[in-house]
Design a protein around this ligand. Structure first.
Ligand SMILES: O=C(O)COP(=O)(O)O
Ligand SMILES: [Mg+2]
Length: 246
């Protein structure tokens, strides 16, 4: 589904916006509880010490392999076990398997859609903007989450962390999404919560709006250059609408 001939009704500053790409974790949905349950199951099963929510929040955003590898290395270190690359590699496949089992059994009742998301997506839809999700989360975790929260109905499609060989901060998935939406990247707005999203958007030539409530690898999001920093997606929709010519 593409909308290439519609004239722009939405603007961010002087830039006409014809479509929107959305990050998932930390942008649409607060998934910290699910991550905590899944990693808790993984660590308990491996008889390793638990991690903390703050550590998880700092480590989310670069895909499941990165998350599992980092948490595994830290838990091994904490247990006084070897935690070099080789030691981690030895347990990695089993850890991933346990992580997915933990994630599946966590269910989606813990997933919290952030305030202003449903209203914001409706506002963007009302401006005639087609939307797609571009996440680093693997498809088998991302798809059920969008279905369970009812957000799937508002987007055209989902590209996940394993949809392509390259993922954010590489611009490739964003460029593929722009092409499928039939829009030049310069007229597409990425909405995200991290430096990873911003780097991918910049490299793709997209505009980038960053949310203050997500997980920016534990760093203050204001430090990441963007076309705007916002408190909610509803606020972004309002700004795009306000800047639109009548
Ligand atoms: O699963 C992750 O690491 C992050 O996913 P995101 O790209 O939706 O923030
Ligand atoms: Mg994110």
């Amino acid at each position: 589904m593409s909308h290439p001939h519609r004239s722009a009704r939405a603007h961010l500053g002087a830039r006409p916006i014809h479509a929107v790409l959305l990050d998932l974790d930390g942008t649409l949905i607060d998934t910290l509880d699910e991550f905590e349950l899944a990693l808790g199951h993984m660590l308990r099963s491996l008889q390793l010490p638990p991690t903390t929510r703050a550590t998880i929040a700092r480590t989310i955003g670069k895909g499941s392999e990165h998350l599992v590898r980092s948490i595994l290395a830290q838990a091994l270190a904490q247990a006084g076990l070897p935690h070099d690359e080789q030691a981690v590699a030895q347990r990695f496949d089993e850890a991933m398997r346990l992580y997915f089992i933990g994630y599946d059994s966590a269910g989606h009742e813990h997933a919290k859609v952030y305030p202003g998301v449903r209203e914001g997506l409706q506002g963007l839809q009302a401006l005639g903007l087609p939307m797609a999700v571009v996440t680093n989360k693997p498809m088998r975790l991302a798809r059920p989450l969008l279905d369970a929260t009812g957000l799937a109905g508002q987007i055209e499609f989902l590209y996940a962390g394993d949809s392509f060989a390259r993922r954010k901060p590489d611009p490739y998935p964003l460029l593929q999404a722009c092409e499928r939406l039939g829009q030049a990247p310069q007229q597409v707005l990425m909405i995200g919560d991290s430096a990873n999203d911003a780097a991918a958007a910049r490299a793709a030539g997209c505009a980038i709006a960053l949310l203050r409530y997500g997980f920016n690898h534990g760093e203050p999001i204001e430090q990441v250059a963007a076309d705007g920093h916002f408190d909610s997606i509803a606020q972004i929709a309002a700004q795009l609408a306000a800047a639109s010519p009548a």
